[in-house]
Design a protein around this ligand. Structure first.
Ligand code: PMT
Length: 489
């Protein structure tokens, strides 16, 4: 692995997707490289070549970009500083911009341009109606990326595929969201590329409605809006004022600058309480091999830890999420590092330091099998079952709490079956963390916190404690993230 300023290299390559395509890897591999600040050895040749092809001078030994052919090598330093200054934390984000067919479509071009000022890569998708107002060429010229229009295009499917388009983004943004597009999305239609993406995406969706005031006020549109909101779709606007059709009322597209600000907030790049902070979060179970086919694990789903990572990102933090194997999609706007064992989790956490905040929500196995075999253990006829010798795993929370590079705020979790407060308070002292979130393993109705969508918790901050009643894990996460935000302001 080669240490380098990967954020600068990615910008020079034209974005994260370009690096993925070049190396034939997925977004999580790039997140891993970014978290570690390294590239695998096999990537060095192709990366240098691709960066040079885009006109940059690169030192193959240090992987330092030392200028652009249009600026001369001497301009390198200034260029790098400029690139870094614009990146605010070195995080490149991707927005899929769906342009709907309304008179406000031309304003989507301004949104696309302004998003790029914040180092956000924008890929455009246009409905048939949108193409009556602006052309794919103008959108693609502004984004520097292909503008997609067709659900059944063989070329597009070979290049990207509509499912990949829908998935490989941090946010789907619809500008303008017309009454027709909202109705089709609300009813789950998938009759063009835009609506298919809205159905297939696992990323957050934000819509900026714009239409005639009577259409906006119509009960059908309001019902569709309520449906979309109930599904978690975020909305910005519409505003009041004069419209292109000459009427006055509610229905104007929000100002492009406001749309961009809402996107930045959603991507954790706005002026949130944790802007400029780096948060490290552990989540999920660890999996400790017995042999190549068997393992010791636990029932953690990662729902609580992942929700905390997303909530901290919404507060503006740059988040590194170190997770054991889970089936959840990566939360938007966080850098995910996937691990299996406790030892790998510790290594990934230490590699992610320095951090301002650490939240250890993972259910880490306390032991691993001392001699995990390289070949499958065989059942011997008549022989007693094999005994597994266990060795203690490193304590990640304790290691971070006593680390030379200790995060300023270290928050642990305690999953307890009884005496919640007493056990959690003892754990707080033993582990050396600042706060602890205690949750009962089984609730009064026999439900368990592991895997469930809700949780009830007690936050212990030194000598004080507060009870949080049962609520969705996302709300527990928001409460914790706001408490952390308040601690840093
Ligand atoms: O993932 P979900 O299904 O949403 O469930 C959420 C959860 C129950 C896993 C979560 O809310 C939770 O309580 N996580 C901590 C579970 C746990 O292992 O608790 P513990 O009491 O064994 O450990 C105490 C603390 O030390 C935890 O912060 C844990 O991450 C940390 N630890 C434990 C052992 C170890 N070797 N290293 C650690 O860092």
């Amino acid at each position: 692995m080669k240490n380098c300023d990967l954020s600068t290299i990615i910008t020079a390559l034209g974005g994260r997707q370009a690096l993925q395509d070049l190396l034939g890897v997925g977004p999580s591999a790039v997140s891993n490289y970014l978290a570690r600040g390294t590239l695998p050895q096999r990537a060095l040749g192709p990366v240098c070549e691709a960066v040079r092809a885009r006109g940059y001078h690169i030192d193959p030994a240090s992987l330092e970009i030392i200028g652009h052919q249009d600026a001369g090598a001497g301009a390198g330093r200034g260029m790098r500083e400029g690139m870094r200054g614009g990146m605010r934390g070195g995080m490149l984000r991707r927005v899929l911009l769906i342009v709907g067919g309304g008179i406000a479509a031309y304003k989507a071009l301004e949104v696309a341009r302004r998003l790029q000022d914040h180092d956000i890569t924008v890929t455009g998708v246009m409905t048939g109606g949108a193409q009556q107002f602006i052309t794919p060429l103008s959108l693609s010229a502004l984004t520097g990326e292909k503008a997609y229009t067709d659900l059944f295009s063989l070329t597009d499917e070979a290049e990207m595929g509509h499912i990949r388009l829908a998935r490989e983004t941090d946010l789907v943004l619809v500008v303008p969201a017309t009454a027709n597009l909202m109705a089709r999305a609300a009813h789950g239609l998938a009759d063009d590329l835009a609506t298919t993406i809205l159905l297939a995406t696992t990323a957050p969706v934000m819509i900026a409605p714009a239409m005639n005031q009577a259409m906006w006020g119509h009960p059908a549109t309001q019902e569709n809006l309520a449906r979309l909101r109930a599904r978690g779709i975020l909305t910005i606007g519409p505003d009041d004022g004069g419209m292109a059709c000459g009427e006055e009322g509610t229905g104007r597209l929000s100002d492009p600058q406001e749309i961009v600000a809402a996107v930045l907030d959603q991507l954790g790049r706005g002026d949130g309480a944790l802007s400029g902070r780096h948060a490290l979060v552990t989540s999920g179970p660890t999996v400790e091999p017995i042999d190549p086919v068997r393992f010791i694990a636990n029932r953690s789903s990662g729902k609580q830890g992942h929700a905390i990572a997303a909530a901290l990102a919404r507060q503006g933090a740059r988040v590194t999420l170190v997770s054991g194997p889970v089936t959840l999609p990566p939360p938007p706007a966080v850098d995910l590092v996937e691990v299996e064992t406790a030892r790998q989790m510790l290594a990934a956490c230490e590699a992610a330091l320095p951090a301002d905040i650490a939240v250890c929500a993972a259910a880490v196995a306390d032991w691993h099998v001392a001699d995990a075999g390289a070949s499958k253990m065989k059942k011997q006829e008549g022989a007693p079952p094999p005994a597994l010798a266990l060795t203690e795993n490193p304590d990640i929370l304790k290691t971070l709490s006593t680390h030379a590079d200790r995060p300023r705020l270290v928050v642990g979790f305690a999953a307890e079956t009884e005496s919640l407060y007493e056990n959690a308070a003892a754990k707080l002292g033993r582990k050396g963390c600042d706060w602890i979130v205690a949750n009962q393993v089984a609730g009064d109705e026999g439900d368990t916190v592991f895997g469930s969508d809700s949780n009830a918790a007690m936050l212990l901050t030194g000598n004080e404690s507060e009870n949080w009643p049962r609520m969705p894990k996302a709300e527990i996460a928001d409460r914790l993230a706001s408490r952390i935000g308040a601690h840093f302001t």
